[in-house]
Design a protein around this ligand. Structure first.
Ligand code: GLU
Length: 296
């Protein structure tokens, strides 16, 4: 079987424990399938990108013994591909320009909330810009039953999301001239031939949008696996914004053991002495937990 997985960090700060868990899970899944593992730097969101963070993340992965099977890809180098995908969607009449400001959308959502109806983008500009300047490009989501996207997550089980009522027509090209994560991730995963996506459960909610976009672009849908996110003492997702500390690169095994424990992996009673021993034990434990046959 062909397997190609990836780890796609956003360079908003150094690798922290939460992102290590995602990196480790995707690495172990690739190893257990005897597949390839790629790294993609998601530096498309200019304002959030911290200079030097990407190099720091790559150096940490290296120190932790996770080596990519190809040179890392940088999203900032791939804008021509995003533009091409948007043109394809325009030609198919699947996207439309939107002139709504954040304020206008927030107001209409507030009204929807007051009426106790959906919190999705209400589709104001579907019928035209009504004299407003073009700000963003949105993908038109289907109505009725066609709006329900279902998929089977390898960790979380069967999922369903109604794109019309829960999301609404979503942005692919943002008003601040940035490419939206949803478009970039789908185009990049398709171009790289990614067959398996393993990442944090905070992205579970984006998956239906990405699957729908894959259909619109005529590309394959990979298998999905979303691991539980690491939370802080307030139950919030651990992130650089809420004080997650950088990993200690001098003690990779301690952090890796903790990450394996977060994933519920039983490494046996013998603590691994080297990175290679750790990865062998962790890969075997992952393969057992995820019921992957034919792994090492
Ligand atoms: N760049 C995203 C993040 O760091 C992950 C995207 C993905 O794995 O699809 O949260």
């Amino acid at each position: 079987m062909t397997y190609r997985g990836r780890f796609a960090p956003s360079p908003t700060g150094p690798l922290h424990f939460g992102s290590l868990v995602s990196a480790l899970a995707s690495w172990l899944d690739a190893r257990a399938h005897r597949g390839e593992w790629l790294v993609r730097i998601e530096d498309i969101d200019g304002p959030r990108t911290v200079p030097g963070a990407a190099e720091d993340i790559l150096a940490t992965l290296e120190r932790f013994g996770m080596r990519a099977d190809a040179t890392p890809l940088w999203q900032s180098q791939r804008v021509a591909h995003y533009r091409q995908a948007l043109e394809q969607l325009k030609a198919g009449g699947l996207v439309y320009p939107c002139g709504c400001t954040r304020r206008e959308i927030a107001d209409s959502l507030l009204h929807a909330h007051a009426r106790n109806t959906t919190l999705a983008y209400p589709g104001t500009c579907r019928s035209g810009l009504h004299g407003k300047p073009e700000r963003a490009w949105r993908l038109r989501v289907p109505d009725g039953d066609a709006a329900i996207v279902r998929f089977d997550d390898r960790w979380q089980g069967p999922q369903a999301q109604n794109l019309a009522t829960e999301v609404g027509d979503f942005v692919l090209r943002r008003a601040d001239d940035q490419w939206a994560y949803q478009l970039a991730v789908v185009v990049d995963d398709a171009d790289a031939g990614i067959t398996h996506i393993v990442r944090g459960a905070d992205l579970l909610d984006s998956t239906a949008r990405q699957i729908y976009l894959q259909h619109c672009l005529g590309v394959a849908t990979p298998a999905y696996l979303h691991v539980p996110v690491v939370t802080n003492e307030h139950g919030e997702k651990l992130s650089k914004q809420n004080g997650a500390t950088a990993l200690d690169s001098d003690r990779p095994l301690d952090a890796l053991r903790a990450a394996a424990a977060h994933l519920g992996l039983d490494l046996g009673s013998e603590p691994a002495g080297t990175l290679e021993q750790f990865y062998s034990a962790a890969t075997a434990a992952w393969a057992k937990r995820m019921e992957i046959r034919g792994s090492q």
